[in-house]
Ligand binder design. Sequence first.
Ligand SMILES: Nc1ccn([C@@H]2O[C@H](COP(=O)(O)OP(=O)(O)OP(=O)(O)O)[C@@H](O)[C@H]2O)c(=O)n1
Ligand SMILES: C[C@](O)(CO)[C@H](O)COP(=O)(O)O
Length: 245
Amino acid sequence: MQMSSYPPPRSARCHALIPSAGNGSRLPGDAPKQYRRLLGEAVVQHTVRAFLQTSHIASVAVVVQADDTVAASCLAADARLSILPLGGASRAHSVLGGLDGLLQAGAVADDWVLVHDAARCCITPELIDRLIDACVNDATGGLLALPLPDTLKAADAAGRVARTEPREGRWLAQTPQMFRLGALRDALQAALSGDAAITDEASAIEHAGAHPLLVTGASWNFKITYPQDLELAQALLAARAGAKA
Ligand SMILES: Nc1ccn([C@@H]2O[C@H](COP(=O)(O)OP(=O)(O)OP(=O)(O)O)[C@@H](O)[C@H]2O)c(=O)n1
Ligand SMILES: C[C@](O)(CO)[C@H](O)COP(=O)(O)O
């Protein structure tokens, strides 16, 4: 039996940071996707629940826009949960705002932070624990990701295949992505002050010269991006709820 390294020492507390300040432009509707309802609850509530269900997470902070009036009514109160109205113009800016919020709330630079998209609402406590177990003794940290399962094509300007790309060694980045809070904050700030494309936390860490650990995720930990993803998430969450009943 594998021994668990928990409870972690004070300097290695794990916080979850959930960027939830986007407007979901690829999924038009009456509300941004994090507030769309699945099984009677907002997408972000499903996401937050998974993090609150693992005892390895010391706190969960949800980052929303300053003018957000919806989050508080969508999220069930919990002593470990806070809402930070510190969202920015891009996901990276929202994460940076959230990291500052965590520091102001008493987190320290050595703490771990697991950044997870509000829109990946099919995450499970087991998958979160898999990432923590893999990264908690790593010098850099890492992310859930999946080896590319399909043949990869590069397109030309006319929407035709220009060539087939090698897929060996290519991974699709998921979240959570787990790094030391201070290192991630410094890396994001540095990357955002240049013109690097920062679409996830690992990109910022890579930009700083480190090599995040790739930890195998799961296909069902997909991000709700397009309308059909909402239907898929609904079906998956309903199947899980049915299996428990
Ligand atoms: N300024 C932003 C933009 C995005 N996000 C969050 O980052 C996550 C992943 O981003 P994405 O899927 O790109 O969400 P949106 O930006 O909302 O969607 P779109 O790109 O379709 O507009 C989402 O949980 C989203 O709420 C955020 O906190 N702040
Ligand atoms: C962070 C992310 O989920 C990794 O796959 C993804 O990059 C976020 O979505 P975006 O469309 O790049 O904002």
